[in-house]
Design a protein around this ligand. Structure first.
Ligand SMILES: Cc1ncc(COP(=O)(O)O)c(C=O)c1O
Length: 379
C-alpha cells in the first residue's frame, strides 16, 4: 500500500497570518488576557450576534463555569440534577461533577443528540438544567429541548464545542440557550492551539464570569494597565476563589485569523460531506446521520452507523485510512457506570458509530477512497 494515510482530523492553520498576529503580541510585550482577547471577543459577538462572549483557555473550563455561575445565581444545592447525554466527550459530564451536581443521562435521537421525550421523562423535582451537545455541529432537536426547558423552568447549557459556525433557521446557534460554550482546540472548526469561549445570555453573568476566570480578582491587569494611572491601579479586591481559566492573546490572535475563514472552511466541510452522502446513499449497510431540518451544520463530523464497526475500522486502518468514534457511551466508563443500561439507543449507537475523515486538506478524491474502502469492508 503506497497511498498516503488519510487521517480523521488534520488542523489547518494560516501560518503566515497567525505568525503576524503572534508577532504583534510579542513586539507589544503583551501575550496574556486583554489586547487580542478583547478584540476576539468583540469579533465573536459580531459574528454570532450573541450578546456577550468571554474568551477562555478551553471549553472544558467554560462548561465548568456555566454550571458554577448558574448554580450560584439560582441557588442550586449539591446533588441537584443536570440532564445530559452519554454520547459526548467526558468534559461535558465532568463539568457537572465539578460542581457536585448529578449527571442524569437521557437517551439520544436519530441525530445522536438528546431526545426531548427522554429528557422530559428524566425530569424530577431536583432537575435544574439540561446540557445539550450539538454532536458534530448538528442541532438535532435543540428547539424542542429549548421549549421544554422554558416550560419546565430549567436552564439550558449548550455544549457547542463542535458548533462554531452552525446556524439554525439562518441564525448562529446559541440564542436559544442560557449559556453556550465553544471550543477552539486544535482539531475543532475554529482552530487555535487550545482555547474556548463562554457566552452568557445574561449581562450580569457575563460580568461575573470575567472575575471567575481570573482568580476572583475584580479588575484584570489589562484594564488596570490601560485605564488606571498612579498608585490606585494596584488596588483591587478579591471576591471569591476564582480559577485561572481566561484565554490569552497569542491564542486569540490565532482565533482572529481562523474566524476570517470559518464560513469558507465550513462550506468546504459541507461540500466533502455532500460528496460522502452521494457516495454512500442507497447502501443499506451504511446508515447516514442526517443534519436536522433548519440546521446549517458546521460539519465538524461526518458520522454513519454500521454493523461490525470495529472490524470495519481495522480493515480501513490496514489501508491507512483512520476514521474515529464519537463517542463511547459515557455510562460504560466506571465513574458513570451507575447509569449503565438507562440509554439503550445511545448505547447501540456507541457500538455502531464511526466518524469518517473530514478536514480541510481532505480532497474529494480522498473522500472517494474513504467511501470505497468503507463499502468494501461493510459487505
Ligand atoms: C463535545 C465536547 N465538549 C467539550 C469539549 C472540550 O473542549 P476543550 O478541549 O476545548 O476543553 C470537547 C473537546 O473535544 C468536545 O468534543
Amino acid at each position: 500500500m503506497n497511498e498516503k494515510p488519510v487521517h480523521l482530523f488534520v488542523p489547518t492553520f494560516r501560518v503566515e497570518e497567525c505568525l503576524g498576529e503572534i508577532r504583534e503580541c510579542l513586539e507589544k510585550g503583551w501575550t496574556g488576557l486583554g489586547f487580542k482577547t478583547v478584540a476576539f471577543e468583540e469579533a465573536w459577538v459580531k459574528y454570532t450576534g450573541l450578546p456577550h462572549a468571554h474568551f477562555l483557555n478551553s471549553a472544558t473550563a467554560g462548561l465548568h463555569l456555566a454550571l458554577r455561575l448558574l448554580k450560584e445565581k439560582d441557588g442550586w444545592s449539591d446533588g441537584d440534577e443536570v440532564i445530559t447525554t452519554p454520547l459526548t466527550f467526558v468534559s461535558t459530564n465532568h463539568a457537572i461533577l465539578y460542581e457536585n451536581l448529578k449527571p442524569v443521562f437521557a437517551d439520544v435521537d436519530r441525530y445522536l443528540c438528546l431526545d426531548p421525550a427522554s429528557v422530559e421523562a428524566r425530569i424530577t423535582s431536583r432537575t435544574r438544567a439540561v446540557m445539550f451537545v450539538g454532536l458534530g455541529g448538528n442541532t438535532g432537536q435543540l428547539d424542542a429541548i429549548a421549549s421544554l426547558c422554558r416550560l419546565r423552568g430549567l436552564r439550558l447549557v449548550l455544549d457547542a464545542a463542535h458548533m462554531a459556525g452552525t446556524r439554525l433557521h439562518g441564525r448562529h446557534v446559541g440564542h436559544e440557550s442560557d449559556v453556550v460554550v465553544f471550543s477552539y482546540q486544535a482539531v475543532k472548526n475554529l482552530p487555535t492551539a487550545d482555547a474556548g469561549m463562554i457566552c452568557f445570555n445574561d449581562r450580569g453573568l457575563d460580568e461575573e464570569v470575567r472575575k471567575w476566570t481570573w482568580l476572583g480578582i475584580n479588575k484584570d491587569t489589562y484594564t488596570r494597565t490601560v485605564e488606571k494611572q498612579g498608585a490606585y491601579r494596584w488596588y483591587y479586591d478579591v471576591e471569591h476563589p476564582g480559577f485561572k481559566y481566561h484565554g490569552n492573546s497569542v491564542m486569540a490572535g490565532m482565533a482572529l485569523v481562523a474566524l476570517r475563514y470559518l464560513d469558507e472552511d465550513n462550506g468546504y466541510r459541507r461540500r466533502i460531506s455532500a460528496r460522502y452522502d452521494a457516495l454512500l446513499e442507497g447502501n443499506p449497510g451504511v446508515e447516514r446521520i442526517q443534519v436536522a431540518p433548519g440546521c446549517e451544520s458546521s460539519r465538524h463530523l461526518y458520522q454513519v452507523l454500521l454493523d461490525r464497526r470495529d472490524e470495519v475500522m481495522v480493515g480501513m486502518n490496514a489501508e491507512e485510512i483512520y476514521p474515529g468514534v464519537h463517542y463511547r457511551d459515557n455510562t460504560l466508563y466506571r465513574m458513570y457506570g451507575y447509569a449503565q443500561g438507562t440509554c439503550p439507543l445511545a448505547h447501540a449507537a456507541s457500538e455502531r458509530v464511526i466518524s469518517l475523515p473530514l478536514h480541510l486538506r481532505l480532497t474529494e478524491e480522498d473522500a472517494e477512497r474513504v467511501a470505497r474502502s468503507l463499502l468494501a469492508h461493510v459487505r
